[in-house]
Ligand binder design. Structure first.
Ligand code: C2E
Ligand code: MG
Ligand code: MG
Ligand code: MG
Length: 283
């Protein structure tokens, strides 16, 4: 690849070059084909109700199994999709898979009451078609809008607050639930909590796992403020049972972390639901 000055020798490929621009272009090209080639999939991480340890829902997370490079994390390929025109098809893929799987789990378990949470990127929110696309998708996959949650970070909302307010308002009015993701990183302006129709806050793991002495004060205030605003709170990245109990005492509704379960495939979700909610346990 790289030619050394004064010589003609081409350096052999080195993995260290991976992060470079050429590589990013190659990944973008590969990502463009990934949907059709069935290299993308969704996994689901349980979200536990802290009060009784029951599964309340799942967050849908995208995975890319690259034929040559193996698994590429979303922190690497989502930014590439966002910087190109790929985030919209990828986003619709995530929504279609997640709502199809949810409908399937409901049918197979006799309507276990769970939700599925799907991440949304700013480019998706800026599309004037988003609302209609989501409504059409829910009809197609027979998914009850009240069972769908969309997760957005404040940077997504910040990009175009007026458009965001309009679209989020329509989504919320149609019964879809909205979560402010990664709260406690970035600015976390309180204005986002009141100016946009969020009904859930997800506390970022950086805040949850912070070991400074101000942690408790901070968590307590955020949680009580959220409750005052009638919002649900999910704590991400809880590391110990004690932390979970402490958060539950503070009034935090849900926990999502490796402690309660790693992301798993749709088949495993079905097994987990059958185990957790046997038909005999329900009226
Ligand atoms: P996120 O939405 O904040 O998702 C939570 C991330 O934390 C996931 O990483 C999850 O696997 C990880 N996690 C869960 N429990 C723990 C824990 O106990 N400890 C630690 N250290 N991490 C934990 P993942 O799957 O790698 O996704 C990373 C990010 O990529 C997501 O952050 C989200 O911003 C983005 N992403 C993933 N899937 C999608 C998608 O379908 N669409 C969009 N737009 N973004 C996605
Ligand atoms: Mg999320
Ligand atoms: Mg998050
Ligand atoms: Mg995150």
């Amino acid at each position: 690849r790289a030619k050394r000055a004064g010589g003609n020798r081409v350096e052999p490929f080195r993995p260290a070059f991976r992060a470079g621009g050429t590589d990013r272009l190659q990944l973008e090209t590969d990502l463009r084909r990934a949907i059709d080639r069935k290299e993308l999939s969704m996994v689901y991480q349980p979200i536990m109700r802290l009060a009784d340890g029951e599964v309340a829902g799942f967050e849908a997370l995208m995975r890319w199994d690259h034929p040559k490079r193996g698994s590429i994390p979303p922190s690497e390929f989502i930014p590439i999709a966002e910087a190109s025109d790929l985030i919209e098809p990828l986003g619709m893929f995530a929504l279609e898979r997640a709502t199809t799987d949810l409908t399937d789990w409901e049918k197979q378990t006799g309507d276990v009451p769970i939700f599925v949470s799907v991440n949304l990127s700013s480019a998706q929110l800026l599309s004037s078609e988003l609302y209609n696309d989501i409504r059409a998708m829910l009809t197609k996959t027979q998914c009850d809008p009240r069972r769908l949650k969309l997760e957005l970070t404040e940077s997504v909302v910040m990009e175009n607050p007026e458009q965001a307010r309009l679209v989020l308002g329509k989504l919320r009015d149609s019964g879809i639930s909205l979560a402010l993701d990664d709260f406690g990183t970035g600015y976390s302006s309180l204005a986002y909590l009141t100016r946009f129709p969020f009904d859930t806050i997800k506390l970022d793991k950086a805040l949850v796992c912070d070991h400074s002495d101000k942690r408790t004060v901070l968590l307590k205030s955020i949680i009580s403020m959220a409750r005052g605003l009638e919002m649900k709170v999910v704590a991400e990245g809880i590391e110990t049972e004690e932390e979970g109990q402490e958060l539950a005492r503070m009034g935090c509704d849900y926990g999502q972390s490796y402690l309660y379960g790693a992301p798993i495939g749709a088949e495993s979700v079905l097994r987990l639901l059958r185990e957790r909610f046997p038909l005999t346990k329900r009226a």
